[in-house]
Design a protein around this ligand. Structure first.
Ligand code: NAD
Length: 285
């Protein structure tokens, strides 16, 4: 670990991403408080941590029963926000609802020491939509992970005009310490770097397939062969799950809404949601 001030971490929300962030942080040696709203949710978190342990054993180079057990031992679960608030860095991964995020940071701001840094993992909201609710805009920023953090290990760091540059730098160092590749954004951008690149590509691929311009496999092959990318956009969509692009397109303009309807009628209504259901644009054994 490099010499910085973040030594304890809390993660709010132990769903898909929150559990991964908490586990990865603990795996890299930090004590982590994982907070969720109910005992039932924490039971789900326990199961997620066990599954993540199996995944790390199978997929992370150098992972052993000992390193995984040590990570599990560094994870502390709580339904008490006041306990989570005592960490040097609190990373929020609660559902993507603006009012929920704002009220969470409002409560947290009243409980945490003035020195605590707050980060949101929001994918679609800008940190400036939330930071004032925290009562400490200078110590507030976005730290955005990608699903499967141990494998797709970018951590996009994005402040607001009010974020203290020293806090930004500290969070960049922390991201490195937990095995992420920090991607620094110089200003706020909806979609950060990754989704600013990826979403237009994925939507264009859906439009090509929906319009009947080319076969699914040819759309993907074109991208793979011509750019050297390992996966085509429709393969990526199957991994993400088709509900996510459906939800995004539903909120878009007329052409996007038509693509959403096409996805719904041809895939979602048939339960073909991608890799997770065994069938999406492709079939999976
Ligand atoms: P999720 O629905 O899997 O998990 C949300 C968790 O938050 C649940 O455990 C829920 O019990 C808990 N929760 C609900 N209300 C809460 C509250 N008031 N306080 C604390 N916890 C509460 O959601 P997710 O997919 O993990 O997404 C969480 C955040 O991460 C979102 O902002 C999302 O944009 C972002 N994100 C998700 C992905 C992804 O691929 N899923 C990728 C990057 C970023």
């Amino acid at each position: 670990m490099t010499d910085n001030k973040i030594t304890t971490v809390a993660v709010l929300g132990t769903g898909v991403l929150g559990a991964q962030i908490a586990f990865q942080t603990a795996y890299r040696g930090f004590p982590v408080t994982a907070y969720d709203i109910s005992d039932e949710a924490l039971e789900g978190a326990r199961e997620r941590f066990i599954r993540l342990g199996h995944t790390y054993a199978a997929e992370v180079e150098g992972a052993t029963p000992d390193t995984i057990e040590a990570a599990q031992a560094r994870l502390h679960l709580t339904t008490d926000l006041a306990v989570a608030a005592q960490a040097d860095l609190v990373i929020e991964a609660v559902p993507e609802v603006l009012d929920l995020k704002r009220s969470t940071f409002e409560k947290l701001g009243a409980l945490a020491p003035a020195s605590t840094i707050f980060a949101t993992n929001s994918s679609t909201l800008l940190p400036s939509q939330i930071s004032d609710a925290s009562g400490r805009p200078g110590r507030f920023l976005a730290l955005h992970f990608a699903n499967r953090v141990w494998q797709f290990n970018t951590a996009e760091v994005m402040g607001t005009p009010e974020t203290d540059p020293a806090v930004f730098d500290e969070v960049v160092r922390f991201a490195t310490d937990i095995g992420m590749v920090p991607i620094e954004l110089h200003k706020e951008k909806a979609g950060y770097v990754l989704n600013s690149l990826l979403v237009p590509l994925l939507n264009s691929a859906i439009a090509l397939a929906a319009g009947g311009y080319a076969e699914v496999d040819d759309i993907d092959r074109t991208w793979r062969i011509a750019t050297g990318a390992p996966l085509g956009p429709l393969q990526i969509l199957d991994i993400i799950g088709l509900t996510t692009p459906y939800n995004i397109l539903t909120h878009g303009s007329g052409a996007d809404a038509e693509l959403a309807l096409w996805l719904k009628e041809n895939y979602i209504d048939k339960g073909q949601l991608g890799v997770a259901t065994g069938q999406g644009f492709y079939s999976y054994a």
